[in-house]
Design a protein around this ligand. Structure first.
Ligand SMILES: [Zn+2]
Length: 225
């Protein structure tokens, strides 16, 4: 009996990738995952299918599954699409916003502040993506919600691969600003704040130079020269 669902395990692996504990290029062995999570290999295969669909891993026949290694252009693609999708989310959301939704978003931003103060990286990662997902979900547009889920998951991988500092970079201040404009019913300013926020997040990434090279165990352990 598998005690964890495929979705639960997929989320844990996603977090490990986002927290940079599992680096791009690392192999995910079915047998090891089955052992670590105490589940069957059939369940592990379901997990790998979810992660592949979300662009977090790549599978190669006869070689197995690896944490995906996104390139600089892939990173730019993600932000290009996010800018467009999230502008549309705001257009859809602004007419649907009521006091209850505003209170829910406000509460979420407050949780982000607490996580930032406590430097709780795991909570920061979940809440940062959660803010953008929440706006999409509240916009009552199933297609946009689905796109955002995919984009957020891919963004975490991109951020893990390319970010400059160890800080996860979706700060509560910019989220708060977007909320403020939404609350005022000012779509134009809300869209401007969102565009600025996504530009900022993208600029924090090291997209001009080379990524850290992936060091194999052999490279790390064998004497040089
Ligand atoms: Zn954000």
């Amino acid at each position: 009996m598998d005690s964890l669902t495929a979705e639960q395990i997929a989320e844990r692996i996603w977090l490990s990738i986002a927290e940079r504990r599992l680096r791009p290029g690392v192999r995910l062995k079915e047998t090891e995952l089955a052992e670590v999570f105490g589940v069957s290999r059939a369940r592990v295969r379901q997990v790998l299918a979810i992660l592949a669909r979300e662009g977090l891993i790549t599978s190669e026949v006869n070689k197995g599954a690896f944490v995906a290694e996104p390139g600089v252009e892939d990173a730019r693609d993600i932000f290009h699409v996010r800018r467009t999708v999230e502008q549309r989310v705001l257009e859809r959301l602004i007419d649907r916003l009521d006091d209850e939704k505003v209170a829910t978003i406000r509460d979420h931003v407050e949780q982000e502040r607490v996580a930032n103060t406590q430097n709780d990286q795991r909570a920061i990662i979940k809440l940062s993506g959660g803010f953008h997902q929440m706006l999409a979900d509240m916009s009552d547009a199933e297609f946009l919600s689905r796109l955002m889920r995919d984009l957020i998951s891919r963004s975490s991988l991109i951020t893990a691969a390319f970010r400059n500092s160890d800080q996860y970079n979706c700060g509560p201040d910019e989220h708060d600003e977007i909320l403020l404009h939404l609350q005022n019913g000012d779509l134009k300013q809300a869209k401007k704040a969102m565009a600025h926020h996504l530009d900022h997040v993208e600029k924090e990434l090291r997209l001009s130079g080379e990524r850290d090279s992936i060091r194999s165990l052999k490279d790390v352990l064998l004497p040089q020269g």
